[in-house]
Ligand binder design. Sequence first.
Ligand SMILES: C[S@@+](CC[C@H](N)C(=O)[O-])C[C@H]1O[C@@H](n2cnc3c(N)ncnc32)[C@H](O)[C@@H]1O
Length: 254
Amino acid sequence: MDAYTVSAEFYDVLQARDERERADRLFASPARRARSGIIEVGAGSGLVTQVLARAATVPVHAIEPNPAMRTLLLSRLSTASNEQRSRVTVHPERVQELWPKDHAPPADLAVCSKVVATLDAGERRDTWAALARLVGPDGLLLIDPPPSAVPEGPRTQVLRQVAVGEDVYSGFISETPIHCATSGIGRIHLEYTYQVRRDGELLREEREEFDLWPVGSEQLRWELAAAGWAVCEPSPANRRSELLAARVIRDPQG
Ligand SMILES: C[S@@+](CC[C@H](N)C(=O)[O-])C[C@H]1O[C@@H](n2cnc3c(N)ncnc32)[C@H](O)[C@@H]1O
């Protein structure tokens, strides 16, 4: 089954309130400063896209290859103002498959929110290269860095409970560290469990699994540098360093 087929139903109801506040805090101000265009990698349900579209005055390119998530994204955009919707283009490709148009100016901001950890080493490398093609010289890249290492042991994260009519939606994430002795590359296996209760009785329980790929900060910097990105210290967008910021340091065509 395709990823997010189960999670799409629960994504916004369980996470939108917290995520919306975070998206505003992290991305509204850089979006306001964008002067030519914004690339958003892995737009998901469009929580960040909406913040970018509201804050910016330039075109926003929301890249979302997953059909279930893209459905949520387009549904959210359908209720945006005409002005905002006219500036957001939804791309169904993976970012690695997107090429700049000859006649369009390159973007000057790229945003990856909760995406980089879901990419393995090869996908990450191709993503940095693709973004270096799409973002012009001195353009800014903002990412939330993935976990730097595989955790010591399993752990569980409980999601916020939300009442919808007579029902209470809840969820938790079980994390299992996976160490690969031969490759030395670890990953974190996530199992999302979603529950719907009415009058305290469990009506439904659904599950979906994902993998996260930790990467140390030195390795991340090295990968970015290899694709023409220089990490800024400290991030101009966020001095509390929730985000890692990098700028294009050379013309990727050159
Ligand atoms: C965990 S969701 C995050 C969604 C959203 N950015 C947010 O902050 O809520 C990760 C998203 O990245 C998308 N994604 C994964 N690989 C991608 C790729 N190579 N190019 C573009 N998007 C990708 C997935 O389809 C998924 O919707």
